[in-house]
Design a binder for this molecule. Structure first.
Ligand code: TYM
Length: 334
């Protein structure tokens, strides 16, 4: 019988400080999956340079993201934790896959369309081909499932299409990956404009909670979160601000919308907001403490990313070689 556990791959860009959206939409779910699956979690630094990065900040944030993975409960012994640029098969695989991806497909990616509005003509070619690198990340390990927030679903579907195209053109090579989107918290909204996604690239700091925000900052940001003038704590699309805060509580505590509605009946927003802030703080404070400890111990982090790179290199090279052979490249040695 095939004892192979299903493979999971996912990653986060160290392109800004991680938000509560990254925590709830990605990391918190990964932690739940680590026992059941064979998991690879990557800090995708190659993706981060699709927009301008200060080298010093990129270095520091790459390590911080790794520390956040571990501090949030991803056990280095159970998972392969690594840094994308340490594993060349991602870049090489991305080039090969570029040749099996259509411009039209990439032009239809909503994230690209949004970003090109922001950057105009000076948008980098990297931002256009970024989903192909993401496809390489996933396909180089034959991942079955890709746990992501809703905003990344389209990219995972494209990876699947590219994989199917390659398989049809040559012969079965890649597992067709599927997005895995958790039922709650798949899209945590911006605190100031609750109809758009909370994002680490947003300029207004009141729009997001950072994983590393100190408690007093979290309290302030939640107290300023946009709600509405109805004054009723109700899980409704007509109250996107309130619904978003409720979703945060639901994702962090497992409680239900009805329980929250009942608890705050006739009480307005002040207590509800205060409790939301305290729920977030209770979740993030231990993570922050552990991140700080881990960042003090660079040797330990190095040990983890080195071991991760070794394993990831081994696995990804096998698949890359297979691709090269099928395409018709001459192997350097048998
Ligand atoms: P990134 O770095 O933008 O986000 C990392 C993860 O966090 C999720 N996320 C959210 N979830 C809920 N609410 C939010 N407001 C929110 N903001 C972000 C994202 O959906 C994502 O799961 N291209 C990817 C990184 C990547 C990747 C991969 C992911 C590169 N290669 C391979 C999976 C597999 C990205 O930019 O995510």
């Amino acid at each position: 019988m095939d004892e192979r556990k299903k493979v999971i791959f996912s990653g986060i860009q160290p392109s800004g400080n991680l938000t509560l959206g990254n925590y709830i939409g990605a990391i918190k779910n990964w932690v739940k999956l680590q026992d059941e699956y064979d998991c690879l979690f990557c800090v995708v630094d190659l993706h981060a340079i699709t927009v301008k990065q200060e080298p010093k900040d990129l270095r520091q944030r790459t390590l911080e993201v790794l520390a956040i993975y571990i501090a949030s409960g991803l056990e280095p012994e159970k998972n392969t934790l690594f840094i994308q640029s340490h594993v060349p098969a991602h870049s090489e695989g991305a080039w090969l896959l570029n040749c099996f991806t259509y411009m039209g497909e990439l032009g239809r990616m909503t994230q690209f369309k949004d970003k090109s509005q922001k950057y105009g003509e000076s948008i980098s070619a990297g931002l256009f081909t970024y989903p192909v690198l993401m496809a390489a990340d996933i396909l180089m390990y034959n991942a079955d499932l890709v746990p992501v927030g809703k905003d990344q679903k389209q990219h995972v579907e494209l990876a699947r299409d590219i994989a199917a195209r390659f398989n049809n053109l040559y012969s079965p090579t890649f597992t067709l990956p599927e997005p895995y989107i958790a039922p709650t918290g798949a899209k945590i909204m911006d605190l100031q404009e609750p109809t758009k996604k909370m994002s680490k690239s947003e300029e207004n700091a009141n729009s997001y909670i950072l994983i590393m925000d100190p408690p007093e900052v979290i309290r302030k940001k939640i107290s300023r979160a946009v709600t509405d003038s109805l004054g009723v704590v109700k899980y409704s699309d007509e109250q996107p601000g309130v619904k978003n805060l409720m979703n945060i509580i639901i994702s962090l505590t497992g409680t239900t919308p009805e329980e929250i509605e009942k608890k705050y009946e006739g009480r307005g927003y002040a207590d509800f907001k205060k409790d939301t802030a305290e729920t977030i703080i209770a979740e993030l404070e231990p993570v922050q403490k552990r991140v700080k400890e881990l960042l003090e111990d660079k040797t330990y982090l190095e040990q983890i990313y080195k071991a991760g790179a070794e394993k990831a290199n081994y696995l990804s090279m096998k698949i890359l070689r297979k691709m090269q052979k099928k395409i018709g490249f001459i192997p350097v040695s048998k």
